[in-house]
Design a protein. Structure first.
Length: 57
């Protein structure tokens, strides 16, 4: 696959998540993020949300 990087904006520039097989990327949903377009091949993803009684701090 080419393209499809997960980019998260934590500071002045975007950080790119590692792409090794078996990597799990976890971040709070309020972090500005995007997935770059896939230019060739296929991208598979699994998305989950976790909720609790207390707000995230």
């Amino acid at each position: 696959m080419k393209g499809g990087n997960i980019e998260a904006l934590y500071g002045p520039q975007a950080d790119i998540a590692p792409r090794e097989r078996g990597t799990i990327v976890i971040f709070p949903s309020f972090v500005i993020h995007r997935v770059a377009p896939v230019t060739s091949g296929s991208r598979f993803s699994l998305t989950a949300w976790v909720l609790g009684k207390e707000p995230f701090k």
